[in-house]
Structures are given as C-alpha cells and as structure tokens.
Design a protein around this ligand. Structure first.
Ligand code: NAD
Length: 357
C-alpha cells in the first residue's frame, strides 16, 4: 500500500522522515490528528527489521494517541515518533540532539518524551535543541516518574468497574489477580491492599514478587502462566500487551479485566469475545491514561494536585464508557472509541468560531 493510501486509511495528517547523515539518526514522526490541539506522544527507539515496520509502528501508535488524549479529556491530538536503532548500542548525545532539532522544525505541532527503548535522560539532550519535550526528570522541570499517577488512575478505574458490575465501588474482599509487579503493578497493589482486596500476583522476575511479599506477607503468588487460571473477581494485566487472546480468554474466571498494560487485546475481536462472555473490559488506553495526563499537565507548568484530580476523573470516564456499552449493546473498547470520537467532533467544531488574533 502506498504511503498516501495508508495515511488516508487512518486519517493521518503528517508523516515526517528525518535523517541526519552525521549522527546516522533515522526517525519517523507521525502526526495523526491535531483537531483538539498539538499532537502528544512518546518516542520509541527500536531495532525494527526494516523501514516498513518502523513506519507502521509510528502510524499505528500515533492513531492510538489521538484516541487516548481525546478519551481522557486532553486538549491534544495524537502523534508518535520512532527512532530506528538499537537502544542498547546506538544512543548518544548527538543522536538525541539531532532528534530534538527535527522535533523543533514542527514548531510545537508535536510534543514527545519517553516510550519503549527511551528514558527521560535521553531527552535532556533533545531539550538543548527544542522546548517541545515532556516527561523530563524533575531537576529539568519535568514531572518525574509517571508510574505513581498511572497506578492511581488504574485503581480508580478498577473501582469504576466494580461499581458497574457489583453496584458498589468498594474493593474490600474482592479477589484481584495482578500480572506484573513492576513500577505500576507495585504501586497498584498498595492501593488495592489499602482497600482490603485479596491479591494474587505474578511476575517473570522473582525478586519483584519477593519485594511485594516482604512488604505484604498476605499477598499470594503464582507462576506466570497460572495467573490466567486464578479464580478471581478482577484480572489486572500490568505487564505485557496481547495477553487477552484465543488461548487465555477461555481460562479467565474473572468478571472484570482492568489493568495498566497497553494493547491488552491481541486483536479487536478479543474485545468482542470478552463482551460476549459478560466479562467487563476497562479499555486500556482509558484506564492507564494517568501518565499521559501527567505529561500533558507539564505543558501548563506541572501541578501535582491538578494532575491527580484529573486522573481521578478516569473513574467517571469509564463509567460513561460502560454506560454507552450497555445502552448501545457494543463492547467497551468500541464504546471508548465512540467517546473519543464524540469529543473530537464536539470540541473540534468550536474552530468554526472566528476569533481575531
Ligand atoms: P515495568 O517494566 O516496571 O513492569 C512490568 C513488569 O511486568 C515487570 O516487573 C516485568 O518483570 C513483568 N513481566 C514481564 N513479562 C511478564 C509476564 N509474562 N508475566 C508476568 N510479569 C511479566 O513497567 P511499568 O511501567 O510498570 O508498566 C507496566 C505496563 O503498563 C506496560 O504495559 C506499560 O506499557 C503500561 N503503562 C505504563 C505506564 C507508566 O506510566 N509507567 C503508563 C501507561 C501504561
């Protein structure tokens, strides 16, 4: 498929290929939609097998960011950057400064920061060339670790799901299986235990399980594969994407799937299957929007309480999505897309009002 056909298919606005012969930088910046405001989305660094895969990733992820920003009430559009390279061996000051220069050429149409393969200190170099970077370390005016606010939002989202299914958002006594005791999973477990939930955890890294059990001896642990078979009320994926699939769905014994991981559904049809089985799915890009809300807040001068207040709004957003899903008899992942599209249409039409500069 030609590039314009591909852009037309997704409604992409702009694709920028950046090459710097001195540093060897090869980067693609995709801006999907700026109806709501400047595009916001991370910069991924990955050793893609070829340029087609790099382009496809940039396009797919930038579209996802449009929906994530819109559904979480941000005045931002969606964009994403990819750097084609090996994050272990190819990073340098000059590479990230060259990347910063290209970001700057977009004049504020696109803001970016960390994603898979990059970390906040990489972009300290990029800020030497452009102010259009977010998610920076606190000593550079950034908002710091986003996993704390992400876990807070996931906890609120789990409560919204509980309210929808059981008529009360109390998690006291609810049996919750948490996949992944990393940064977000670890903070989430603390919120859940504070409410009296009964936790089973798994992680591929045994030390992460040990760390949780040392702090909270009443947390049970199972092997990584056994987590899908745990008899529980809520399954909270906080590790990998693609874990809701043909193999795992028949094994789930929960009533709710709600967790932090990105791209939880292997394919959209797996969202249909959860719906058919009456398992309530909290769409990932809505429930895990806390990190995005935090970096978007940085652009207004980061205010901790404001960012947490907005993140608490994930509760209400998911409530609306569950209601759209019920009323229109559609799966929740489609209801989330509808909510995002409605916001883009409603706020976007304000542009028709002429205001003198
Ligand atoms: P992390 O790397 O700190 O934690 C992930 C954990 O999952 C690690 O402890 C890892 O050992 C474990 N893990 C990996 N494979 C596993 C498997 N097969 N079974 C069980 N455990 C496994 O990452 P994180 O920041 O906690 O993010 C967790 C998820 O949430 C990711 O999907 C991430 O994309 C998503 N997310 C994170 C943020 C954020 O602010 N950090 C924001 C939005 C979404």
């Amino acid at each position: 498929m030609g590039i314009f056909d591909r852009m037309e298919q997704d409604g992409q606005e702009q694709v920028l290929c950046c090459y710097d012969k001195a540093t060897g930088l090869k980067s693609i910046i995709a801006i999907h939609d700026t109806t709501l405001g400047p595009a916001l989305g991370g910069c991924r660094m990955w050793p893609y097998p070829g340029e087609e895969e790099a382009l496809e990733d940039a396009l797919r992820l930038s579209r996802g960011m449009t929906y994530k920003s819109a559904a979480s009430g941000q005045n931002h559009g969606g964009g994403k950057a990819v750097i084609w390279g090996n994050p272990r061996t190819d990073k340098s000051e000059e590479l990230f400064r060259a990347f910063g220069k290209f970001v700057h050429t977009l004049g504020g149409r696109f803001f970016t920061g960390t994603d898979v393969g990059t970390e906040k200190n990489d972009f300290v170099y990029s800020t030497m060339e452009s102010p259009y970077l977010v998610g920076l370390p606190e000593e550079h005016g950034g908002s710091g670790d986003s996993s704390i606010i992400t876990a807070f939002g996931v906890w609120k989202g789990i409560k919204a799901a509980a309210a929808h299914v059981w008529g009360s958002d109390s998690l006291g006594g609810k049996r919750i299986a948490v996949q992944g005791a990393g940064k977000v999973g670890g903070h989430l477990i603390e919120h859940l235990l504070d409410e009296g939930a009964v936790i089973t955890v798994t992680d591929v890294v045994h030390q992460n399980i040990q760390r949780v059990q040392q702090a909270f001896p009443n947390v049970a642990a199972v092997s990584t594969d056994a987590i899908y078979d745990v008899d529980c009320d809520i399954f909270a994926p906080c590790a990998l994407g693609g874990i809701i699939n043909d193999e795992t769905i028949p094994r789930l014994k929960c009533r709710v799937v709600a967790g932090a991981a990105n791209n939880q559904l292997l394919e959209p049809r797996h969202g249909d299957e959860l719906h058919r089985r009456n398992i309530l799915y909290a769409p990932d890009y809505v429930i895990n929007a806390g990190g995005l809300i935090q970096v978007a807040d940085e652009l207004m001068g980061y205010h901790h309480d404001r960012a947490f207040r907005k993140t608490a709004g994930i509760y209400g957003m998911l409530g609306q999505i569950f209601e759209i899903s019920r009323q229109e008899a559609i799966p929740t992942y489609l209801a989330a897309d509808r909510l995002a599209e409605r916001r883009i249409a409603k706020i976007g039409q304000l542009n028709r009002l002429y205001v003198a500069e």
